[in-house]
Design a binder for this molecule. Structure first.
Ligand code: SF4
Length: 232
């Protein structure tokens, strides 16, 4: 099955002037969040979730795209009215960090658009100085999934591969702010598991503010149940 590198959401909620990029192979991620809607097994591939339904195509790629492949995909899909290129996909885009870094530089050289990445924010567990490098490459905005106010809550909700993930995530948020990248933090709401004690909205807002996130940049996202009715 061939997934898409460049894709769009064009619903009333998502403006149509953003081109999205998927640079992730095999839906890879360093976390395994309890609320994640990625296909969890090979059997589920091809029965995409709500995110792929909105994207209108599969985002399953067997290999990480190269810079050249991503630039070709942008050139084929970009519209003159586009004002943003967002690196998102399904999984963790910064696992393809070196490509993201080079690609941001090329995007800024070729197009007059804002650049954005949506990430789980644990990239400091793998690369040194990622915020500084992304800022230098031309990143304008980053949306980081924070989801918790303590390591205990984070580990229960996100099941990170790296034990230091929550600590590094907080440092990454502060680094991004220091680098003047517009930094947003998100929390998934309305997801319930009785064995996981979750913080409330007020507590989450207070925690995000304590990391330096501006109030207007705190995002509360409603949990969406995965669906399995969409075929390609
Ligand atoms: S960080 Fe995002 S992609 Fe990764 S497991 Fe969590 S919800 Fe899924």
């Amino acid at each position: 099955m061939k997934g898409t590198i460049a894709y769009r959401f064009e619903t009333p909620t998502y403006p149509g002037n953003i081109l999205y990029l998927n640079l992730i192979s095999n839906y890879s991620c360093t976390n395994s969040c309890v609320f994640c809607g990625r296909p969890k097994s090979r059997k589920e591939i091809g029965q995409p979730n709500i995110y792929e339904k909105k994207a209108g195509s599969s985002l399953y790629l067997e290999k990480k795209p190269t810079v050249k492949q991503a630039l070709n995909a942008i050139a084929a899909k970009i519209k003159p009215t586009d004002n943003e290129i967002a690196i998102v996909g399904l999984g963790e885009p910064l696992l393809n960090f070196l490509t993201v870094e080079k690609l941001l530089t090329e995007i800024k050289r070729k197009y007059s658009v804002k650049t954005r990445i949506d990430t789980n924010g644990t990239i400091r567990c793998i690369f040194k100085n990622p915020a500084q490098r992304l800022a230098k490459a031309g990143l304008d905005e980053i949306r980081i999934s924070l989801n918790a106010v303590s390591k205990k809550e984070y580990d229960k909700l996100c099941n990170p591969i790296f034990p230091q993930a929550f600590e590094e995530l907080q440092k990454f948020i502060k680094d991004c702010i220091k680098e003047s990248i517009e930094t947003k933090a998100s929390f998934v709401e309305d997801f319930k598991r009785k064995e996981i004690k979750q913080s409330g909205r007020k507590e989450r807002e207070k925690f995000a503010l304590s990391l330096g996130i501006k109030k207007k940049n705190i995002i509360f996202r409603k949990f969406m149940k995965p669906i399995k009715v969409w075929g390609f």
